[in-house]
Design a protein around this ligand. Structure first.
Ligand code: SF4
Length: 302
């Protein structure tokens, strides 16, 4: 089916289109961002050339527009919150925009997939556990000092693990995003094992992983933060890598090596796994029914 045919004109719900990447394997879904900008300020962020590098700001008339969109949207498609701006930045504690959006979505019976680094998501376990939902939490490292440089405005990795534990205890299906795996920085086996073990102990049975894809602005930020690694990144991304739809991809053999490390550990821990926007197919790279974790959404609730 032509994806364009299933979408009517909406205000804040958008057909998910990851920058028209031919490598995306996500099922058709809506993307919903309550905020523009993102206070988490991750160095490797893919979205900064679209949303800018500024704090999260609520969208004007967001809830009113969402309520109207939900009357016209296709309820067979799930809603992914969020793909280019975190739905749980620190501002959400006061503004409650995501929480109110969840109430509207629940009332209309849509399924929702939360994608976040915000431990604040555990606050909404009451709503999430009563609707058809799942939460995937991004954790790139358990090293708090590394995370503080890479994701300066986001909660600590341990706080994110605690949020997963709280959600899981409340009956909300959870998964892990180990994304991005950055060559020479968080790609060693011990670091990957720590992250997967912590998520698995919190109740996650699914991990999706992806290698770092560099953009000119993100590579510059990474080089400024880690000048000693800059030459190696320039070599693998700009000299030996591939430019695809606005991103430098590292050479395929290197990407496979990094992702295979994650998958081998996932297998040992009995977790389902998938890769994201890598162009890799087959059981070696995918054991889960979906790459985004939307299969985790509990269908039994209404
Ligand atoms: S949380 Fe996501 S959207 Fe926000 S800065 Fe980090 S990578 Fe970008």
């Amino acid at each position: 089916m032509d994806r364009g045919q299933v979408f009517v004109r909406l205000r804040v719900l958008r057909p998910f289109d990851p920058w028209k990447s031919p490598l995306c394997t996500c099922p058709p879904k809506y993307s919903l961002q309550p905020y523009t900008g993102c206070s988490h300020g991750c160095l490797y962020c893919y979205a900064t050339s679209y949303i800018g590098r500024r704090p999260s700001k609520p969208k004007r008339d967001f809830l009113r527009n969402l309520a109207l969109d939900l009357l016209r949207a296709n309820p067979s498609m799930h809603i992914s919150m969020s793909n280019s701006s975190d739905p749980y930045p620190p501002e959400e504690e006061r503004l409650l925009l995501t929480r109110e959006a969840l109430k509207l979505i629940a009332r209309r019976g849509f399924r929702v997939l939360i994608v976040t680094k915000g431990s604040l998501v555990a606050r909404d376990a009451d709503i999430l556990s009563s609707m058809r939902s799942a939460v995937t939490m991004t954790i790139t490292t358990l090293d708090a000092s590394l995370a503080k440089v890479l994701e300066p405005g986001a909660p600590s990795p341990r706080d994110r693990v605690s949020a997963l534990e709280r959600l899981s205890s409340a009956g909300v299906p959870i998964g892990l995003r180990l994304d991005p795996v950055i060559p020479y920085l968080n790609d060693d086996e011990r670091s990957i094992l720590e992250v997967l073990e912590a998520a698995a102990n919190a109740g996650a049975r699914f991990v999706v992983t992806s290698s770092f894809k560099a953009r000119p602005d993100s590579l510059k930020r990474m080089c400024e933060a880690y000048p000693e690694l800059c030459g190696r990144w320039i070599e693998i991304y700009r000299r030996r890598g591939t430019w695809l739809r606005g991103y430098w991809y590292a050479p395929i053999e290197l990407r496979k090596r990094l992702l295979a490390r994650v998958i081998a550990i996932a297998r040992k821990l009995g977790m389902e796994y998938a890769t994201c926007r890598e162009g890799l197919r087959g059981r070696e790279w995918f054991s889960a029914p979906t790459c985004d974790g939307s299969h985790l959404i509990n269908c039994g609730r209404s």
